[in-house]
Design a protein around this ligand. Structure first.
Ligand SMILES: *[C@@H]1O[C@H](CO)[C@@H](O)[C@H](O)[C@H]1NC(C)=O
Length: 159
């Protein structure tokens, strides 16, 4: 029994190491594309992927300027076109899965309609928040996107 327990603890510890790609003090991060062969998911699928990593894992909540800089670095370093976050529209506002107040730190000033984001442009609504890599010649910036689009995701777990 003790041996079994020990092995379980080791397995969980090893599994945990495999899952964490970056540890930044308050949070740990998992870059989905490094683990799933570069799959893409709609927003719901991407956030379910994060939950499936284990307790506490969710789509990323970008709450501070430092965290946004980190996400920008990751996207540029990995040359990703875009990633989902855990952010979604609720009523007139947006929410993060962490429960922290949503602050629109880096919405793009432009998009498909050449209007500042969020613009809720696509018919049927753009209810999910993605970070796009210079898609509109606008740098790495936030856009509201229809949730059926398929992208990879950064997952986050608070310590
Ligand atoms: C917003 O994004 C631009 C372009 O990536 C960047 O230069 C700027 O520092 C960002 N601003 C904030 C508040 O993160």
């Amino acid at each position: 029994m003790k041996v079994l327990l020990f092995l379980t603890v080791v397995a969980v510890a090893l599994g945990d190491d495999d899952v964490v790609d970056e540890d930044r003090g308050d949070s740990e991060y998992h870059f989905a594309w490094l683990h799933d062969g570069g799959r893409t998911y709609d927003w719901q699928g991407a956030n379910s992927y994060c939950s499936s990593l284990g307790r506490g894992w969710k789509g990323i909540s970008i709450e501070t300027r430092e965290e946004n800089d980190f996400v920008t670095d990751v996207i540029e370093h990995h040359e990703l076109p875009w990633v989902w976050t855990g952010g979604q529209r609720r009523g007139r506002d947006f929410v993060w899965p962490s429960g922290a107040r949503f602050v629109g730190l880096n919405w793009s000033h432009t998009g498909g309609k050449k209007q500042p984001q969020p613009d809720n442009r696509e018919q049927g609504g753009e209810n999910c928040v993605a970070v796009l890599n210079d898609f509109y010649d606008d740098g790495v910036r936030w856009h509201d996107i229809a949730c059926h689009h398929e992208k990879s995701i950064i997952c986050e777990r608070d310590d």
